[in-house]
Each structure stands twice: as C-alpha cells, then as structure tokens.
Design a protein around this ligand. Structure first.
Ligand code: SAH
Length: 354
C-alpha cells in the first residue's frame, strides 16, 4: 500500500468521505507523496507521453502560431511568453528554436512558466535556462503586460468534481472506505445552482463534471490579454461540454483503477472547453478545433516532409509514425482539441475552424 493510500484511509475514517477533487489534489500535489511532487512522469520510462514529447514539430508549429498572432497584433513589446504546466520544457524549447528568426520576437519576450512540480521545474531549468525563465505557482502572478500563453495537457490535470443527476438534483460522487480499499459512493442528491443549465441536456443517471480551479486561472490570463493584448492557446483532450464520467488513471502507459495507486498513477479528466471559454469573458474564443486539423492548417505536413528529407530508417519510420500520431483522427488528432482566446478587437488567429 502506498504511503498516501494509508494517509487517505486514515483521513476518510476520521473525517468522512472526500470529493473526487480533494482526492485528485492529494494524489497529484501532496507535498511528500503527490504524483507530480515526486517524479518526472513523462516519456517511455514514465507513465504517459504528450504531444511535444512525440515530435519536435508540435512545439515548432505552435510556436510559429504564437509568433504569427503576435505579429498580427502589431508586435507589442515587451510581452510575456508563458506556459502553464510546461512538463520537461520540450514544447517551449521547440517553440523558441522555431521562432528565433522572427524579427524582434525573442528580444521583446520574457519567459514565464507556471509549474507546481519541483522535479519538472528542474527539467525546465535545464532545457530553458538560456532564456532566464521566471517560475510561478499560479497564473495570477504573471506580469501585467501583453501575454502570449500556451497550455498543453495542463487543464486535464486540474481536480474535477463529479455529479450524478437524480431527478432535479445532483448526488456528488465521493470517495470513502470499504475495508482496506478506497471506494466510490454518493452524497444525498441536492439541487445545484451551478448545474441548473445542465438539467436541460442531461437525464437521470448521467454524470456531469466540473473543474472549479480552471475558472480563476482562465480569468487571470484573460484579464491580462483583455487589457494589453495577447493570445492564449489551450490544447487538451475533451470536448465543448462535460458529458459523462472521464476520470482516468495512467500508470506505466496502461489504464489503471483511479483508486488503486493514489500518488503513484497520473490522474486526469476530460476538459470542458465551454467552461474555459465562458471564464475567458470578455475575450473572444476561436471555434474548438481538433488538434489534427489545426496542425495540418498550420503546415505540419510541409515541416514533416522537410524533416523527412534529412532522415533515413529507422529514424524516418519513427518520424512518420509521430506525424500520424499527432494528426490522425484515430490517434491524437481528433480526441485532442485546441481553443484560442484573443481580444475582441484583434484579428482572429490563423488555423482555427471558420
Ligand atoms: N505541457 C507538458 C506537460 C503536461 S503534464 C507536455 O505537454 O508535455 C501536466 C503539467 O502540468 C506538468 O508540468 C505538471 O507538473 C503541471 N501541473 C499539474 N497541475 C498543476 C497545478 N495545479 N499548478 C501548476 N502546474 C501543474
């Protein structure tokens, strides 16, 4: 049994069942036993692989998108280039390499990274040290100036609550104890003002998920973009509206029971992009666009062909597989979506559905 599981069993026995959000927070961020507090989870030896770790093209293409939007908004200087949850710093390193020749872009930017994990901060310092990044615990301390921000697979790691529709009320899914195991249960149903609008499009027995911490983060970045200009690009798995139960655990690249190995498995949930767009008011939101469609429109295939000319097998085969994995509808291309947030008086960013 993990040390965290022992601590959670003791806490629940003493204080009663906890919400899924409290459980996720402890599993991911507990200072001694939390998943992100204790390791670098990415890559082949870890538990999961993300798009920037699959191919350099992901960061290159999205970096050039950031630079294009910056140019389209009149190249404001100085500006903040920021990332939420930068992992190993791979995406940002690729974006900065690709944008090195965009006149004025590097000279005008200061790099800011919002990161909770000490091991990952160390990895980011190694990759991005030359750009003298400043780290933040939260988005609300980002500088008050134009902000160009990217977040890939960040919002899916934020804690969610789960509510089961019962008549006109909602029973919250809670985590309690069954013998020596953690087990799901339900709170008594109650009406919930925050889910009043979901009575129209759900039926008895369906689950809706909410992600409270996403709101203040989106509000903080939106306030800067609304006041000074900028762009936020959010890429994650999920859909326009939360539908059904999506809490997922990954351990050693395999699905795991979310209650089996607390602190020792990655926990994520689908992102509700509608909630993010609503929290971004008064910014304008692009149409929610599948990752594969966005990358193709931004020219990833041309980049893939250029790189392919420099490679021979087996590196070439790996490169072609990586291109497919990022873009193909049956791989990450459709499950992952991109949402752009930009000022209402700025040009629409390129690459999104019209
Ligand atoms: N963007 C990276 C990493 C994704 S994993 C990539 O695509 O490879 C999720 C990242 O978000 C990690 O860097 C993790 O440490 C960070 N993170 C998770 N929850 C966080 C929180 N509440 N505050 C700040 N960072 C968080």
């Amino acid at each position: 049994m993990t040390a965290l599981k022992t601590a959670l069993l003791r806490q629940i026995r003493a204080q009663g069942p906890m919400t899924v959000a409290d459980y996720m927070t402890q599993c991911l961020l507990h200072p001694q036993h939390g998943y992100y507090a204790t390791r670098d989870p990415l890559g082949v030896a870890g538990d999961f692989t993300t798009a920037p770790e699959i191919s350099q093209m992901f960061g290159e293409v999205l970096g050039l998108l950031m630079a294009q939007v910056w140019l389209d908004q009149g190249a404001p200087a100085p500006f903040t280039l920021a990332e939420l949850g930068p992992g190993r710093g791979t995406l940002m390193a690729d974006a900065l390499r690709a944008t090195a020749r965009v006149p004025g872009f590097h000279a005008a930017c200061t790099l800011h990274l919002v990161e909770a994990s000490a091991p990952l901060r160390a990895a980011q310092a190694e990759r991005l040290g030359a750009f003298a990044p400043e780290w933040h615990d939260m988005a609300d301390t980002l500088p008050d100036q134009p902000l160009f921000l990217i977040a890939n697979e960040f919002f899916d790691a934020l804690p969610i609550r789960q509510f089961l529709r019962q008549g006109a009320g909602w029973a919250e899914r809670m985590i309690g104890v069954d013998g020596d195991a953690l087990a799901f249960g339900l709170s008594p149903p109650a009406p919930l003002a925050a889910l009043a609008h979901r009575l129209d499009d759900t039926q008895d027995g369906q689950i809706v998920e909410t992600c409270a911490p996403a709101r203040p983060i989106v509000a903080a970045l939106s306030a800067r973009i609304a006041a000074h200009g900028g762009f936020a690009l959010i890429v994650d798995y999920g859909d326009w509206r939360s539908r059904g139960e999506t809490l997922q655990a990954l351990r050693g690249h395999r699905f795991d029971d979310p209650l089996a190995h607390p602190g020792d498995a990655d926990l994520t949930a689908h992102v509700d992009f509608e909630a993010l767009a609503l929290a971004a008011c008064p910014l304008r939101a692009t149409p929610l666009t599948p990752q594969g469609v966005l990358l193709e429109r931004l020219g990833i295939t041309l980049r893939a062909q250029a790189l392919a000319r420099t490679l021979s097998s087996p590196a070439l085969d790996q490169h072609l597989a990586a291109h497919r994995r990022l873009t193909h509808a049956r791989e990450m291309g459709h499950l992952f979506k991109a949402l752009g947030l930009y000022p209402a008086d700025a040009p629409a960013p390129p690459g999104f559905d019209a």
